[in-house]
Write a protein that binds this ligand. Structure first.
Ligand SMILES: [Zn+2]
Length: 386
């Protein structure tokens, strides 16, 4: 449940709604059975959910073996509301408008811009205006907007954003006073993890590792993000790999970020191959052409990444570890190599995979976050809804 002020009545409503979402089509009698609520309670709750347009009646199911009337089935109304998610990179912005089940209605992609405290409001306003221009009619309209931030966020407040300077504005207050729908602000790695939990995975606990210019992790268990006391949980880029190692801007030496971020990998590749630019595409080409130096480099970084993954597994014992990175997607061998390094008794059975989400898990996490709040369901799974 999302809110601590939840009444038992609301909990029952959320449970019934979640059963309907999970089962796709279900009768009132079956709901009564699995929820252990009596038929009268189920009837009054489902009536309320129908009145609120969150569910509707569809066709009829099979009559029981004892004969009798065929029951009317209930199903989740996937088009009851709309959600917006925005992934705010330091030099790009991705945005998506979806129905409440995550199915896409519209998207906006902007590249090669620099997000600053001066233009951020205009950027977000333009996206919302663009979505609102072609908004499909739904009973509830837009019911939430989530912004994914590269940096430290705690309870909707930006604490530290090293890639863009947004420290002199209160983004939450600005957006909250501008829009009538709820606003949520969360760290991008956290949102990625929630996106995987809700849209790509059957597992109850997983960790999503975002390997970009910096390294971060989102930790999710039963739909709830583990953010720690101050939002810092999952800042794995600052785990120490080498106690006397390279200086990190965080104040320590030898941080994971200083050895395994894509920036470090690309910088070293630039140096040994004498190139001006290296990105995931160029790495892939060199790797696929069997460039011996790059192959060795990839092996080296996979073994270092495996040290980090091992540490994370020992801390949280997740069922699954998902990599969210353009580099590991372009060179899937990196995931195989990391798996090969994880051989101890604790980690050998834990699957390490590339993100199965085709386009930007941060956005799907943003959608999941807003949907959880709108539907009041924390353990929300929206996999393969048809
Ligand atoms: Zn550090």
């Amino acid at each position: 449940m999302i809110s601590s002020k939840y009444t038992i009545r609301e909990q029952n409503e959320a449970n019934i709604l979640n059963y309907i979402i999970k089962n796709k089509k279900i009768s009132r009698a079956s709901l009564s059975e699995i929820s252990a609520l009596n038929k009268a309670s189920v009837s009054s709750i489902t009536k309320k959910l129908i009145d609120e347009h969150l569910i509707h009646e569809v066709g009829t199911g099979e009559a029981s073996t004892l004969g009798g009337r065929k029951p009317i089935l209930l199903t989740f109304n996937k088009k009851s509301a709309l959600l917006i998610a925005i992934d705010l990179g330091f030099n790009y912005v991705d945005a998506i408008l979806t129905y409440v089940d995550g199915s896409e209605v519209g998207r906006v992609q902007r590249k090669n811009l620099l997000v600053t405290s001066e233009n951020i409001q205009t950027i977000i306003d333009e996206i919302v205006v663009q979505f609102e221009a072609n908004l499909p009619k739904t009973p509830h309209g837009i019911v939430g907007m989530t912004i994914g931030i590269q940096g430290q966020v705690f309870k909707n407040k930006l604490i530290f954003t090293p890639y863009y300077d947004l420290s002199n504005i209160d983004l939450y207050d600005i957006l909250n006073s501008k829009y009538s729908f709820p606003i949520y602000i969360e760290n991008e790695a956290n949102l990625s993890a929630l996106g995987e939990y809700t849209f790509s995975s059957d597992f109850e606990s997983l960790i999503s590792i975002s390997l970009h210019r910096g390294i971060g992790a989102g930790i999710v268990k039963r739909g709830r993000l583990e953010v720690g006391n101050n939002g810092n949980a999952g800042e794995i880029g600052h785990m120490i790999l080498f106690p006397e190692g390279r200086q990190c801007p965080c104040g320590n030496r030898g941080c994971f970020d200083q050895y395994c971020s894509t920036k470090k990998i690309y910088d070293e590749t630039k140096e040994i191959k004498n190139l001006d630019i290296v990105n995931s595409e160029i790495m892939k080409d060199l790797y696929d052409s069997n460039d011996e130096e790059v192959r060795l480099l990839v092996q080296k970084y996979a073994s270092l990444l495996a040290v980090g993954v091992n540490n994370v597994i020992m801390m949280y014992a997740p069922q699954l570890v998902i990599f969210n990175s353009a580099l590991t997607k372009k060179i899937p061998d990196m995931i195989t190599l990391i798996n090969e390094h994880l051989t101890n008794r604790f980690s050998k059975n834990i699957k390490i995979i590339n993100s199965p989400i085709e386009w930007n898990p941060v956005l799907y996490g943003g959608v999941a976050y807003a949907a959880q709040h709108f539907l009041n369901i924390e353990e929300l799974k929206l996999i393969e809804l048809e």
